[in-house]
Write a protein that binds this ligand. Structure first.
Ligand code: ZN
Length: 277
Protein backbone atom coordinates (compact mmCIF):
# COMPACT_ATOMS: atom_id res chain seq x y z
CA UNK A 1 0.00 0.00 0.00
CA UNK A 2 1.38 3.41 -0.92
CA UNK A 3 1.79 5.74 2.03
CA UNK A 4 0.29 9.20 1.69
CA UNK A 5 2.37 10.94 4.35
CA UNK A 6 5.77 12.45 3.53
CA UNK A 7 8.33 9.76 2.96
CA UNK A 8 10.16 10.23 6.20
CA UNK A 9 11.50 7.05 7.70
CA UNK A 10 14.56 8.78 9.12
CA UNK A 11 13.51 8.05 12.72
CA UNK A 12 12.12 4.57 12.16
CA UNK A 13 13.86 1.75 13.99
CA UNK A 14 12.64 -1.84 14.25
CA UNK A 15 13.55 -4.37 16.93
CA UNK A 16 14.87 -7.73 15.75
CA UNK A 17 12.26 -9.41 17.99
CA UNK A 18 9.53 -7.79 15.88
CA UNK A 19 10.54 -9.93 12.90
CA UNK A 20 11.68 -12.81 15.10
CA UNK A 21 11.45 -15.51 12.39
CA UNK A 22 14.16 -13.72 10.38
CA UNK A 23 17.82 -14.10 11.29
CA UNK A 24 19.43 -10.73 12.02
CA UNK A 25 21.22 -10.69 8.65
CA UNK A 26 17.88 -11.00 6.84
CA UNK A 27 16.30 -8.35 9.05
CA UNK A 28 19.19 -5.98 8.26
CA UNK A 29 18.86 -6.53 4.54
CA UNK A 30 15.06 -6.22 4.46
CA UNK A 31 14.87 -3.27 6.85
CA UNK A 32 17.45 -1.36 4.83
CA UNK A 33 15.71 -2.19 1.55
CA UNK A 34 12.45 -0.84 3.00
CA UNK A 35 14.11 2.44 4.03
CA UNK A 36 14.24 1.75 7.77
CA UNK A 37 17.13 3.60 9.40
CA UNK A 38 17.62 1.95 12.78
CA UNK A 39 17.75 -1.49 14.34
CA UNK A 40 17.53 -2.53 17.97
CA UNK A 41 19.14 -5.87 18.56
CA UNK A 42 17.84 -8.52 20.93
CA UNK A 43 20.57 -10.61 22.48
CA UNK A 44 19.08 -13.88 21.24
CA UNK A 45 19.50 -12.64 17.65
CA UNK A 46 23.27 -12.60 18.25
CA UNK A 47 23.63 -16.27 19.17
CA UNK A 48 26.75 -17.78 17.62
CA UNK A 49 27.82 -14.55 15.92
CA UNK A 50 30.85 -12.32 16.10
CA UNK A 51 29.46 -9.15 17.66
CA UNK A 52 31.87 -6.65 16.16
CA UNK A 53 31.37 -8.09 12.68
CA UNK A 54 27.60 -8.12 13.11
CA UNK A 55 27.66 -4.48 14.19
CA UNK A 56 29.74 -3.68 11.11
CA UNK A 57 27.29 -5.54 8.89
CA UNK A 58 24.35 -3.57 10.31
CA UNK A 59 26.09 -0.24 9.83
CA UNK A 60 27.25 -1.05 6.33
CA UNK A 61 23.61 -1.82 5.47
CA UNK A 62 22.93 1.81 6.47
CA UNK A 63 21.32 1.06 9.83
CA UNK A 64 22.05 2.80 13.12
CA UNK A 65 22.39 0.31 15.95
CA UNK A 66 20.01 1.96 18.41
CA UNK A 67 20.18 -0.33 21.42
CA UNK A 68 20.75 -3.80 22.78
CA UNK A 69 17.81 -5.53 24.47
CA UNK A 70 17.96 -6.45 27.14
CA UNK A 71 19.59 -6.39 30.54
CA UNK A 72 17.97 -6.27 33.95
CA UNK A 73 16.23 -8.98 36.00
CA UNK A 74 18.20 -7.95 39.07
CA UNK A 75 15.94 -8.98 42.01
CA UNK A 76 16.16 -12.33 43.74
CA UNK A 77 15.94 -13.61 47.29
CA UNK A 78 19.18 -15.47 46.56
CA UNK A 79 22.40 -13.48 46.88
CA UNK A 80 24.18 -15.71 44.39
CA UNK A 81 21.40 -15.19 41.84
CA UNK A 82 21.64 -11.44 42.31
CA UNK A 83 25.38 -11.66 41.71
CA UNK A 84 24.79 -13.80 38.61
CA UNK A 85 22.36 -11.14 37.33
CA UNK A 86 24.94 -8.41 37.86
CA UNK A 87 27.51 -10.45 35.95
CA UNK A 88 25.06 -11.06 33.12
CA UNK A 89 24.34 -7.32 32.92
CA UNK A 90 28.05 -6.58 32.75
CA UNK A 91 28.21 -9.06 29.89
CA UNK A 92 25.33 -7.27 28.15
CA UNK A 93 27.17 -3.94 28.50
CA UNK A 94 30.31 -5.48 27.00
CA UNK A 95 28.24 -6.98 24.18
CA UNK A 96 26.67 -3.59 23.47
CA UNK A 97 30.10 -1.97 23.31
CA UNK A 98 31.37 -4.67 20.95
CA UNK A 99 28.30 -4.41 18.73
CA UNK A 100 28.48 -0.62 18.75
CA UNK A 101 25.14 -0.11 20.51
CA UNK A 102 25.08 3.02 22.69
CA UNK A 103 22.32 1.78 25.01
CA UNK A 104 21.27 -1.31 26.96
CA UNK A 105 17.56 -1.39 27.79
CA UNK A 106 16.78 -2.74 31.25
CA UNK A 107 13.76 -4.90 32.00
CA UNK A 108 14.44 -4.60 35.67
CA UNK A 109 12.86 -7.76 37.10
CA UNK A 110 10.77 -8.61 40.17
CA UNK A 111 10.69 -11.39 42.71
CA UNK A 112 7.15 -12.34 43.78
CA UNK A 113 8.20 -13.85 47.11
CA UNK A 114 9.40 -10.48 48.40
CA UNK A 115 7.93 -6.98 48.46
CA UNK A 116 8.04 -4.69 45.45
CA UNK A 117 10.02 -2.22 47.56
CA UNK A 118 12.65 -4.87 48.26
CA UNK A 119 12.82 -5.72 44.55
CA UNK A 120 13.23 -2.01 43.74
CA UNK A 121 16.07 -1.69 46.22
CA UNK A 122 17.79 -4.65 44.55
CA UNK A 123 17.23 -3.14 41.11
CA UNK A 124 18.89 0.08 42.20
CA UNK A 125 21.79 -1.83 43.78
CA UNK A 126 22.16 -3.89 40.61
CA UNK A 127 22.25 -0.83 38.35
CA UNK A 128 24.77 0.87 40.63
CA UNK A 129 26.94 -2.25 40.58
CA UNK A 130 27.20 -2.27 36.77
CA UNK A 131 27.34 1.50 36.34
CA UNK A 132 31.15 1.89 36.50
CA UNK A 133 31.52 -0.53 33.58
CA UNK A 134 28.78 1.24 31.62
CA UNK A 135 30.52 4.59 32.16
CA UNK A 136 33.89 3.15 31.19
CA UNK A 137 32.54 1.60 27.96
CA UNK A 138 30.26 4.60 27.29
CA UNK A 139 27.10 2.51 27.15
CA UNK A 140 23.95 4.10 28.50
CA UNK A 141 21.42 2.20 30.62
CA UNK A 142 17.70 2.74 30.03
CA UNK A 143 15.26 1.78 32.77
CA UNK A 144 12.09 0.61 31.01
CA UNK A 145 8.99 0.66 33.20
CA UNK A 146 6.70 -2.28 32.47
CA UNK A 147 2.91 -2.43 32.65
CA UNK A 148 1.79 -3.38 36.17
CA UNK A 149 0.46 -6.73 34.92
CA UNK A 150 4.15 -7.74 34.92
CA UNK A 151 4.85 -6.62 38.49
CA UNK A 152 4.96 -10.23 39.66
CA UNK A 153 8.07 -11.45 37.89
CA UNK A 154 9.19 -9.05 35.15
CA UNK A 155 9.47 -5.62 36.68
CA UNK A 156 8.89 -3.86 39.96
CA UNK A 157 9.23 -0.57 38.02
CA UNK A 158 5.75 -0.02 36.63
CA UNK A 159 5.29 3.68 36.06
CA UNK A 160 7.39 6.34 34.41
CA UNK A 161 7.43 8.18 37.73
CA UNK A 162 9.13 5.22 39.38
CA UNK A 163 11.68 5.00 36.56
CA UNK A 164 12.29 8.76 36.69
CA UNK A 165 12.66 8.65 40.48
CA UNK A 166 15.21 5.87 40.23
CA UNK A 167 17.21 7.55 37.47
CA UNK A 168 17.29 10.77 39.49
CA UNK A 169 18.29 8.90 42.67
CA UNK A 170 21.16 7.16 40.88
CA UNK A 171 22.17 10.50 39.40
CA UNK A 172 24.41 9.49 36.49
CA UNK A 173 24.25 10.85 32.95
CA UNK A 174 24.58 7.22 31.84
CA UNK A 175 21.29 6.15 33.46
CA UNK A 176 17.95 7.19 32.03
CA UNK A 177 14.61 5.76 30.97
CA UNK A 178 12.98 4.04 28.02
CA UNK A 179 9.36 4.98 27.31
CA UNK A 180 7.29 2.17 25.76
CA UNK A 181 3.73 3.13 24.84
CA UNK A 182 2.51 -0.43 25.46
CA UNK A 183 3.49 -0.23 29.12
CA UNK A 184 2.64 3.39 29.87
CA UNK A 185 -0.28 4.57 27.71
CA UNK A 186 -2.82 4.20 30.53
CA UNK A 187 -0.96 6.32 33.08
CA UNK A 188 -2.69 9.64 33.92
CA UNK A 189 0.70 11.10 34.88
CA UNK A 190 2.35 10.10 31.59
CA UNK A 191 2.51 13.53 29.97
CA UNK A 192 3.97 15.26 33.01
CA UNK A 193 6.47 12.44 33.62
CA UNK A 194 7.59 12.63 29.98
CA UNK A 195 8.11 16.37 30.51
CA UNK A 196 10.15 15.51 33.59
CA UNK A 197 12.32 13.16 31.47
CA UNK A 198 12.95 16.10 29.18
CA UNK A 199 13.98 18.39 32.02
CA UNK A 200 16.35 15.73 33.32
CA UNK A 201 17.67 15.00 29.82
CA UNK A 202 17.41 11.30 30.45
CA UNK A 203 14.85 10.08 27.92
CA UNK A 204 16.95 7.52 26.07
CA UNK A 205 14.45 5.47 24.02
CA UNK A 206 10.91 5.44 22.69
CA UNK A 207 9.19 2.14 21.84
CA UNK A 208 5.94 1.92 19.87
CA UNK A 209 3.28 -0.67 19.07
CA UNK A 210 -0.41 -0.89 20.03
CA UNK A 211 -2.68 -2.50 22.63
CA UNK A 212 -4.95 -5.06 20.95
CA UNK A 213 -8.60 -4.97 22.02
CA UNK A 214 -9.29 -7.49 23.38
CA UNK A 215 -5.82 -8.71 24.24
CA UNK A 216 -5.55 -12.49 23.86
CA UNK A 217 -2.08 -12.94 25.37
CA UNK A 218 -0.41 -10.78 27.99
CA UNK A 219 2.99 -11.11 26.34
CA UNK A 220 2.67 -11.94 22.67
CA UNK A 221 -0.38 -10.10 21.40
CA UNK A 222 0.93 -6.62 20.77
CA UNK A 223 -0.65 -4.86 17.84
CA UNK A 224 0.63 -2.78 14.97
CA UNK A 225 0.24 0.94 15.50
CA UNK A 226 -3.39 1.77 14.70
CA UNK A 227 -4.70 -1.71 15.53
CA UNK A 228 -5.58 -0.89 19.13
CA UNK A 229 -6.35 1.89 21.59
CA UNK A 230 -3.00 3.58 22.26
CA UNK A 231 -2.74 7.24 21.12
CA UNK A 232 0.74 6.62 19.69
CA UNK A 233 0.98 9.87 17.76
CA UNK A 234 -0.08 11.92 20.77
CA UNK A 235 2.51 10.27 23.00
CA UNK A 236 5.14 10.75 20.29
CA UNK A 237 4.27 14.46 20.28
CA UNK A 238 4.81 14.64 24.06
CA UNK A 239 8.13 12.83 23.73
CA UNK A 240 9.33 15.15 20.96
CA UNK A 241 8.11 18.23 22.83
CA UNK A 242 10.24 17.01 25.75
CA UNK A 243 13.26 17.24 23.45
CA UNK A 244 13.61 13.64 22.37
CA UNK A 245 15.32 13.38 18.98
CA UNK A 246 15.97 9.65 18.88
CA UNK A 247 14.31 6.83 16.98
CA UNK A 248 10.73 5.60 17.09
CA UNK A 249 11.37 1.92 17.77
CA UNK A 250 8.77 -0.59 16.63
CA UNK A 251 8.74 -3.40 19.16
CA UNK A 252 5.96 -5.92 18.54
CA UNK A 253 5.78 -9.35 20.17
CA UNK A 254 2.97 -11.04 18.30
CA UNK A 255 2.19 -14.68 17.71
CA UNK A 256 -0.21 -13.52 15.02
CA UNK A 257 2.39 -11.55 13.08
CA UNK A 258 5.23 -14.00 13.70
CA UNK A 259 3.11 -16.75 12.16
CA UNK A 260 2.65 -14.79 8.96
CA UNK A 261 4.92 -13.75 6.10
CA UNK A 262 7.52 -11.36 7.52
CA UNK A 263 7.91 -9.23 4.39
CA UNK A 264 4.15 -8.60 4.40
CA UNK A 265 4.43 -7.70 8.08
CA UNK A 266 7.32 -5.32 7.40
CA UNK A 267 5.29 -3.58 4.68
CA UNK A 268 2.41 -3.19 7.15
CA UNK A 269 4.76 -1.75 9.79
CA UNK A 270 5.95 0.93 7.36
CA UNK A 271 2.41 1.75 6.35
CA UNK A 272 1.23 1.85 9.99
CA UNK A 273 4.21 4.04 10.88
CA UNK A 274 3.18 6.64 8.30
CA UNK A 275 -0.47 6.54 9.21
CA UNK A 276 -0.56 6.12 12.98
CA UNK A 277 2.79 7.04 14.52
ZN1 ZN B 1 9.89 -1.82 25.03
Amino acid sequence: MEAKAPADLSKLCIHTITTKPWPIETSAEKFAAAGVKGITVWRDALQGRDLAKTGQLLRSAGLSVVSLCRGGFFPSTSKSKREAAINDNKKAIEEAAELGAPLVVLVCGAEPSQSLDESRAQIRAGIEAVLPLAEKLKVRLGIEPLHPMYADTRSAINTLKQANDMAVAIGSMWVGVAVDVYHLWWDPALKEEIERCGRNKHLFAFHICDWSVPTSDLLNDRGLMGEGCIPVRQIRTWVETAGFRGFNEVEIFSNKWWNGDQQTFLNKIISAYYTHS
